[in-house]
Design a protein around this ligand. Structure first.
Ligand code: GLA
Length: 416
């Protein structure tokens, strides 16, 4: 297995908390710890499910799981937080889901997927603790999926490489009802400290890009939760349906005009063959309203990702920031996944002196990511408190409102 050596990964006090809580709960010591980070997407939103490259990084906020193998097939998981009730289930062919949005589904999802593919006969007892803000667009749920998947792989002796495992976890998470892409699981597994991750799909690949030493990415939570059921989930799936529908119309037209082969079906090939300008020209002639806007977002966002990676390499922070601004505009106007609060927060970031800002993750609430130089961080944070949090009465003295994101290592597992 090519997992990072856990001894080189920063140990966290939270890991110790999960270990202590495990002992209190089960009366024995855990045999392992697993951890998986949340992520922040720098640019490339709502395009991973079209197999287009994206550019996120794993962050220092993590989910930690202390666990111990069981002889039977039961999984019993507690959270240190009292907001989450204990979940217990038996690994079998069919694992019945909880109600949509219930946190237990993120624990059952990897079990369901691994049991479908492998002989999985052992469950585990586990205690979880996390410092990833919840429902904030920072993939606390994919970190959960990953950490439980890792634990199950470990107790069942499954020898899995990182990228195929990440792919499996992306498939796994669809059990929860969202037709998501593979970005979150991939970066939470494959991230590297000090690097952002250029992620490609079909097949999954990660190229690590060094984040310039003086660049700071600040995450600001709007305070509006992205709920895992109801509107956000159906709106997410609807965006995917609409952009797929738009693509089908464009590929049909382009192949009738002899511009592409009739077997070309994906955004990636369409963009590669036609280029951005011609693809949009055809879309403007063939589509209107919602479908045109959805198509235009996907195509322009993909182009922005390519440019942004080059700008990080050449350390051009202003131009990188402008691309983040353009991404937000496209998400707001063309993809319609922003909200009043996210828009106001993006404006507040700019007014506070950030070089650029955009919503991050699926949208419909959650967080904004902004970029600034190291020496301006305090000024920007102060500006945010005055421009956004203060007027809304949102507390900024917890670790949940805004913080500087540290490009961090992906998941790891420790045998005690
Ligand atoms: C969620 C999904 C990802 C991705 C983003 C939007 O985080 O899990 O796969 O689609 O939304 O970019």
């Amino acid at each position: 297995m090519n997992w990072p050596n856990p001894r080189q990964v920063d140990r966290s006090p939270l890991e110790l908390i999960s270990g202590d809580a495990f002992f209190k709960e089960f009366g024995v010591q855990p045999t392992h710890f697993a951890r998986a980070p949340g992520r922040v997407n720098l640019i490339g939103e709502h395009i991973d499910y079209h197999d287009l490259p994206v550019f996120p990084m794993a962050i220092q906020r993590q989910v930690y799981l202390a666990f111990r193998c069981r002889d039977d097939g039961f999984v019993r998981i507690r959270s240190v937080s009292e907001d989450f009730e204990e979940v217990e289930f038996e690994i079998g062919r069919e694992i019945t889901a909880n109600l949509q949005g219930h946190w237990g589904n993120y624990l059952k999802a990897p079990a369901n997927e691994l049991a479908r593919r492998f002989a999985v006969s052992h469950g585990f007892d586990g205690v979880l603790v996390s410092d990833i803000p919840i429902a904030a667009g920072l993939s606390s749920s994919s970190a959960l999926v990953n950490v439980v998947g890792l634990a199950l792989a470990e107790v069942n002796g499954l020898e899995l490489e990182t990228l195929p495992f990440a792919d499996m976890m992306a498939d796994a998470e669809r059990y929860t009802g969202t037709r998501g892409g593979g970005m979150d699981q991939a970066v939470s597994i494959g991230g590297q400290a000090r690097y952002a991750a250029q992620i490609e799909f079909g097949p999954l690949k990660i190229r690590h890009i060094l984040v310039p030493e003086k660049w700071r990415f600040v995450i600001a939570n709007s305070g509006v939760r992205v709920e895992k059921s109801g509107y956000a989930m159906s709106a997410y799936n609807a965006r995917r349906d609409e952009s797929e529908h738009a693509l089908r119309i464009i590929t049909k037209t382009a192949s009738e005009r002899g511009l592409i082969h009739s077997q070309v079906t994906g955004y990636r090939d369409v963009l590669e063959i036609l280029g951005e300008d011609i693809a949009i020209e055809i879309a403007e002639a063939e589509l209107e309203g919602t479908l045109l806007r959805r198509f235009r977002h996907v195509v322009t966002e993909a182009v922005r990702v390519g440019k942004a990676i080059g700008l990080m390499v050449s350390e051009d922070i202003q131009a990188f920031g402008s691309l983040m601004d353009a991404s937000h505009r496209s998400l707001r106007v063309d993809y319609e996944v922003s909200s009043v609060e996210l828009d106001e927060l993006v404006v507040a970031c700019r007014e506070a002196g950030a070089a650029g800002a955009r919503l991050t993750g699926a949208g419909f609430g959650g967080s904004v990511i902004m970029i600034t130089e190291q020496e301006k961080v305090d000024e920007v944070l102060e500006g945010l408190s005055q421009g956004y949090y203060g007027p809304r009465g949102i507390r900024t003295d917890t670790d949940q409102s805004h913080f500087v994101a540290k490009p961090s290592a992906g998941a790891s597992i420790i045998t005690l």
